[in-house]
Write a protein that binds this ligand. Structure first.
Ligand code: ADP
Ligand code: PAZ
Length: 308
């Protein structure tokens, strides 16, 4: 049964998966392969039940966006111009934003091969560790003041103006810092996915929302106790990867007794990422067009769709 409050329709998984008949398309062998190579712990049943209908609804929104762009330029007697459709993906640190973003991109590419989609994470707009240190906010990484919001807004403006070859700085979880002199190039895609904890936030000293540039937004939601568990699991994976690489930020932690390293990660969660979630990320949830609610093992149990 579909329930609703003033702002959202709420679908339980069993109702959501029965939506639009065309959304029932089974995943192809190629899609399954692409998804498993992304993360082999992703539940394919969830992809079929939750993401496939979501991608098909998304494409309907995209088509109506394209029509509106054409109608507008026609009415204004302006030359036709391709404007990227921008999807924002928000949620806590470690809730699964980047996995969701990559999954959406894989499905879009496979169902709609003629559409060019690209993906960025706003981590690239964090100030470098040197700059954070200079500003005395190294322990505030992820909080609004740790991002170069002016650059992020300028980037979004360039995207919507159809600019080609826009450079985006890169952040590495392995080095725990901005990668010097390395960029990703965004080249006027049909669809751009922008993933980050801050994408639905109001920049502190600008009066424009990043979400003003979005045509669709998704908030990935879960109980903070579960997110902490996923944060610690990811920390474990980062430790294992770092073990033999002295250049890796986590190398030092990898040499510690496991228990001590995990106690430190728990401290970081409790003093940095959890307060950030409660103070700055969770309050933006009600701006999202779609809320994907996750439970144990990253399974999705509910989808909320905004009414307006
Ligand atoms: N659907 C999923 N199934 C299984 N594991 C997942 C899923 N989504 C995320 N994870 C795992 O949870 C952790 C956090 O996910 P990640 O996408 O890195 O989060 P975020 O981008 O929000 O920080 C990672 O270890 C990732 O592999
Ligand atoms: C770079 C981040 C702000 C972004 O998080 P993400 O959504 O990519 O997991 C976060 O991973 C982070 O480094 N937070 C600071 C505290 C910590 O070390 O977790």
């Amino acid at each position: 049964m579909v329930e609703e409050d003033r702002s959202y329709y709420r679908f339980f998984k069993d109702d959501w998966k029965k939506l639009a008949p065309e959304a029932k398309l089974p995943l192809s062998g190629q899609q399954l392969k692409a998804i498993k190579s992304l993360n082999d712990r992703i539940s394919l049943q969830d992809v079929q039940d939750i993401y496939v209908p979501l991608v098909h609804l998304l494409i309907k929104k995209f088509r109506s966006f394209q029509e509106w762009q054409a109608t507008k330029t026609d009415f204004l007697s302006l030359p036709e111009k391709r404007v990227p459709f921008v999807i924002g993906i928000s949620g806590s640190v470690a809730v699964g934003k980047s996995t969701t973003a990559r999954l959406l991109q894989v499905l879009l590419t496979n169902f709609f091969p003629d559409l060019k989609s690209q993906l960025i994470t706003t981590d690239g707009f964090l100030y470098s560790n040197t700059e954070l240190e200079k500003r005395g906010i190294l322990d505030r990484k992820g909080f609004p003041e740790s991002y170069d919001m002016a650059s992020l807004l300028s980037f979004m403006g360039s995207v919507k103006n159809g600019q080609e070859k826009i450079q985006v700085p890169l952040y590495s979880h392995q080095s725990y810092d901005i990668v010097p002199d390395q960029y990703e190039s965004i080249n006027n895609p049909d669809i751009l996915i922008v993933e980050g904890i801050n994408v639905l936030q109001l920049p502190s000293n600008q009066n424009i929302y990043i979400s003003d540039f979005f045509d669709w937004s998704v908030y990935v939601d879960a109980n903070p106790e579960l997110i902490e568990k996923w944060f610690l699991e990811r920390f474990g994976i980062l430790l294992d990867t770092a073990f033999h690489n002295p250049d890796d930020y986590y190398y030092e932690y990898a040499q510690w007794p496991r228990e001590k390293a995990f106690a430190e990660a728990k401290r970081v969660w409790e003093t940095v990422d959890l307060p950030n979630l409660n103070e700055f990320i969770l309050p933006t949830r009600s701006r999202a067009n779609v809320i994907l609610h996750k439970v144990e093992h990253h399974a999705m149990d509910m989808v909320y769709l905004r009414k307006y």
